[in-house]
Design a protein around this ligand. Structure first.
Ligand code: COA
Length: 160
C-alpha cells in the first residue's frame, strides 16, 4: 500500500519553509499531494493558477510530489485521493492551538485520516507567506526565504 499524504494550505506563495516540510515529509510518505484550498474568504496576492505554477517550478526535480486544488472538507478530499494522512508544519507555539483544533476536528470527521506534524525548520520558524509579502511590499529583501522564481514573481507583482 502506498503511503500518501495531503499537504494542504494556501501557498500564497510557497516559501522555503513549505518546501522544507514537503522534502522531509517525503522521507515518511511515498507520495505527497500539495493541495491549495480554494478559499474565496482569504484574500490572496496570487491566483490559484499562479500559485500552482510557482509550486511546480520550485519543486521541479523532486520526485513524489504533485500539486492540486481542493474545496470542501479536507478529509473528504483526502479520502478521494486515497491519502491516509494530512501533513502539516508546526512553527512557533502560536500554531499549536489552531493546528490542534483542526487535527481533532478532522479526526472526528474521519478517523481513517491521521494528521502528521513536522517541526518546521528552525530557520523558517517565524516565517509566513503574509509576513514575507508584507516585507516585500515595501521593498524588503526576501530572497533567502522563498525560491528564486517566487522572489521574481513577488518583485514583479510589487512593481520593482
Ligand atoms: N513555513 C513557512 N510558512 C508556513 C509553514 C512553513 N512550514 N507552514 C505554514 N506556514 C504559513 C503559511 O504561509 C500561511 O501563512 P499566511 O496565513 O500568512 O498565508 C500560514 O502559515 C497558514 O498556513 P496555511 O497552511 O496556508 O493554512 P491555512 O490556515 O490557510 O489553511 C487548511 C489550512 C487548508 C488546512 C484548512 O483551512 C482546511 O483544511 N480547510 C478545508 C476545510 C476543512 O476541512 N476544515 C477542517 C475542519 S476544521
Amino acid at each position: 500500500m502506498q503511503r500518501i499524504a495531503i499537504y494542504p494550505g494556501s501557498f500564497d506563495p510557497v516559501t522555503n519553509g513549505h518546501i522544507d516540510i514537503a522534502k522531509r515529509g517525503l522521507k515518511l510518505f511515498d507520495r505527497i499531494i500539495i493541495a491549495i484550498l480554494l478559499n474565496p474568504g482569504k484574500q490572496s496576492l496570487f491566483t490559484v493558477e499562479e500559485r500552482l505554477e510557482m509550486l511546480d517550478e520550485s519543486m521541479s526535480g523532486i520526485e513524489g510530489v504533485e500539486f492540486d486544488t481542493f474545496d470542501g472538507l479536507l478529509v473528504d478530499y483526502a479520502q478521494k485521493r486515497k491519502a491516509n494522512a494530512v501533513l502539516r508544519g508546526m512553527r512557533a507555539v502560536s500554531d499549536f492551538e489552531y493546528e490542534f483544533q483542526m487535527a481533532l476536528m478532522n479526526r472526528k470527521l474521519n478517523r481513517e485520516v491521521e494528521t502528521v506534524f513536522l517541526m518546521t525548520g528552525l530557520r523558517w520558524i517565524f516565517t509566513s507567506s503574509s509576513i514575507i509579502k508584507e516585507a516585500a511590499r515595501f521593498g524588503g529583501d526576501v530572497s533567502d526565504m522563498v525560491p528564486p522564481g517566487v522572489n521574481r514573481q513577488i518583485k514583479t507583482r510589487f512593481g520593482y
